[in-house]
Write a protein that binds this ligand. Structure first.
Ligand SMILES: Cc1cc2nc3c(=O)[nH]c(=O)nc-3n(C[C@H](O)[C@H](O)[C@H](O)COP(=O)(O)OP(=O)(O)OC[C@H]3O[C@@H](n4cnc5c(N)ncnc54)[C@H](O)[C@@H]3O)c2cc1C
Length: 378
């Protein structure tokens, strides 16, 4: 027998749980479906910036009870394989390190939506003016929050793996033993960032509450594992990470906002988070756009008063463009410069404290120039 709800959200990550929480708050009967049981892990460095804490109205002291919430007060950045790097410090926490298995579970529980976990979405078919999902859930609205390979995004025309320019990244996260700690020169309050010489990606290394996260992401998938191995060898030679890493690296793909061409809406459907392809171009940060798109989507949904025709969902698209810009270019490309010149220029700039602080960290990674998303919701 069919069950029904006002809105079905496919995917219980930060995008889905944020949207769900807002819709529940507005009085809608919301179901979140996820193919995994929670808590579940997600391939991620687990770095969140202060606007995420603010947008989620996260009570840091409450959250930190029994969970990792590592304040980050500094960044060390440079070019991979270069001898020198630059360290900058902030008086206040400039970011936080969380563990996705804890963070996503906390947000999903807090949303107070009805949960259907360990249940993959397989089909969605039009049933009059509503959707019939998996042949048994009837709903007028489906929110696609299922990450890069979201089945709702596919229904809206996305072709993951085909005709999309992706970022591929790999990471490993593990609890450090006493021996690991003694072999590891990474300061808990400082994120380490090292850019690939060809400027197509960067590696990171980041300690949080006794866990170490190491990873590397690149704009192309070509020989990614070799880049990761090379990065780890280099960190090991510098005595920054343990000689033996437990376990294997895990990989995942996602889209950067300027490259993504995914449709954000259709009649009775919209996409949020990685399903929509929203990660920031320079840093690859995806949690903030996931949370912010969840909030903007919920506001647009509530404003339609239950008439979810695509034209009525258009304010979501325009607010996303207002927030993240047009999709063709991030306007910061220096690709008119020959590659060799660009690489030399980058190496010089990355050795200067001013550039690392004001451009790399403040602008590319922290987006300090962007106003809080709450200002767009009024
Ligand atoms: C290696 C790596 C490191 C990263 N590090 C960072 C970082 O430090 N900070 C940051 O901000 N961003 C980071 N990102 C990006 C970030 O992880 C994503 O942008 C973010 O998780 C997007 O959230 P989301 O809610 O859209 O999707 P997800 O978190 O991917 O959640 C999607 C959910 O949908 C569920 N799902 C999928 N298919 C189905 C289906 N068929 N049926 C039901 N449920 C389904 C999944 O089980 C999952 O729970 C990183 C990405 C990678 C690959």
């Amino acid at each position: 027998m069919a069950v029904s709800c006002d809105a079905l959200i496919v995917g219980g990550g930060p995008a889905g749980s944020t949207c769900a929480a807002e819709l529940v708050r507005a009085g809608l009967d919301v179901v979140v479906m996820d193919k995994h049981a929670f808590p579940r892990d997600k391939v991620c460095a687990g770095w969140i910036t202060p606007p995420v804490v603010e947008a989620l109205k996260l009570d840091c002291a409450d959250y930190a009870r029994g969970r990792v919430m590592q304040p980050v007060r500094g960044f060390r950045a440079g070019m991979l394989e270069a001898a020198a790097d630059v360290e900058i410090r902030y008086d206040e926490p400039a970011s936080y390190g969380i563990r996705r298995c804890e963070f996503d579970h906390y947000l999903l529980q807090r949303s107070r939506a009805r949960l259907r976990l360990r249940e993959p979405m397989k089909t969605m078919a039009r049933d009059g003016s509503a959707w019939l999902v998996n042949g048994e859930i009837r709903t007028p609205l489906v929110v696609g929050a299922g990450g890069h390979f979201c089945p709702v995004a596919r229904s809206l025309g996305a072709r993951p793996g085909r005709a999309e320019t992706i970022v591929s990244a790999q990471e490993i996260e593990f609890q450090m033993s006493e021996r690991d700690r003694s072999e590891c020169r990474v300061d808990d309050e400082v994120v380490q960032l090292y850019f690939c010489p060809d400027l197509k990606g960067y590696g990171w290394c980041f300690a949080k509450g006794g866990y170490l996260n190491i990873g590397l992401g690149r704009e192309d998938n070509h020989k990614l594992s070799e880049h990761v191995e090379q990065f780890c060898r280099w960190l090991q030679q510098r005595g920054m990470i343990p000689r033996d890493l437990p376990g294997k690296f895990n990989g995942h793909a996602y889209l950067l906002y300027p490259e993504s061409r995914r449709n954000l809406t259709a009649d009775g459907a919209l996409l949020v988070g990685d399903a929509a392809g929203l990660a920031y171009a320079r840093s690859g940060e995806g949690i903030r756009p996931a949370v912010e798109s969840g909030l903007l989507a919920a506001a647009a949904i509530v404003a339609t008063r239950g008439d979810y025709r695509q034209a009525n969902l258009a304010p979501y698209v325009s607010r996303m463009t207002g927030r993240f810009g047009g999709r063709s270019s991030n306007g910061e490309s220096a690709s008119w410069l020959p590659r060799g010149v660009r690489e030399q220029l980058a190496a010089r700039l990355m050795a200067t404290r001013w550039f690392v602080r004001h451009v790399v960290v403040d602008r590319w990674f922290l987006h300090t120039e962007q106003q809080p998303v709450a200002a767009m919701m009024r």
